[in-house]
Design a protein around this ligand. Structure first.
Ligand SMILES: [Zn+2]
Length: 220
């Protein structure tokens, strides 16, 4: 990757971390974001808040943990690295302790198909990864398993994770996931939400194949 592309990626990751904080999805320095860069990644440093993050502080590292400079990467770097290793579609990752996702994870609940739009995350639910200590290979393994075939998961007693093809789509996924977690919690507060069955969700996937597609542009 050229220097200009790498610099643009650095700006994009810093922008994403600021946005995640501005939108209330992350408080203090609890979350972290990253982008795939060559054979490694660019990740937010440990202990840095979204409102003060400087793009020069972002840590470039390989998936084995090697990095240069005095600034240490996020304690969750291994979780990010394993996701990039496992899924070539993942280009940008967001991890936060967003309120509603964290509340569901504390209840030991996944996010089922209470709304058809769950399909946007690649399946009929958003899985819940079991609890493991933060910053460990065990947690990274649980996250990778919960994300198989998906672009988002919840982490028990911890928070959420999602990924996208670029910073903008990863941000949209994070906002969408937290919104849907909030909607599901609202429904749970009143009663038992109706969950769409496999047949209904198969029809949603079929519909997505053509939904939003523009007619071919005329060349004459
Ligand atoms: Zn965390």
């Amino acid at each position: 990757m050229g220097k200009e592309k790498a610099a643009a990626l650095r700006r994009g990751v810093a922008w994403l971390y600021r946005e995640v904080c501005t939108r209330g999805l992350n408080v203090g320095s609890s979350g972290n974001v990253s982008a795939r860069l060559g054979e490694g990644m660019l990740i937010t440093p440990t202990g840095v808040r979204g409102d003060t993050v400087d793009e020069a502080d972002l840590v470039r590292m390989d998936f084995a943990g090697a990095h240069r400079g005095r600034i240490a990467p996020s304690s969750e770097w291994q979780m990010h690295a394993e996701i990039y290793r496992a899924d070539p579609r993942a280009e940008v990752i967001v991890h936060t302790h967003a309120d509603c996702c964290t509340a569901l994870g504390a209840l030991g609940r996944n996010l089922p198909a209470f709304h058809y739009d769950i399909a946007q995350f690649g399946g009929d639910d958003v899985r819940l990864a079991p609890y493991a200590l933060f910053g460990t290979a065990e947690l990274a393994g649980h996250a990778v398993a919960a994300l198989e075939g998906r672009t988002a998961c919840l982490l028990a007693n911890h928070g959420m994770l999602c990924h996208g093809r670029d910073a903008a789509s990863a941000l949209l996924a994070a906002v969408r996931l937290e919104t849907m977690a909030r909607q599901y919690l609202l429904a749970l507060a009143v009663g038992e939400p109706h969950i769409l069955g496999a047949e209904a969700m198969a029809a949603v996937r079929e519909r997505y194949k053509t939904y939003g597609q523009q007619p071919e542009r005329r060349t004459t």
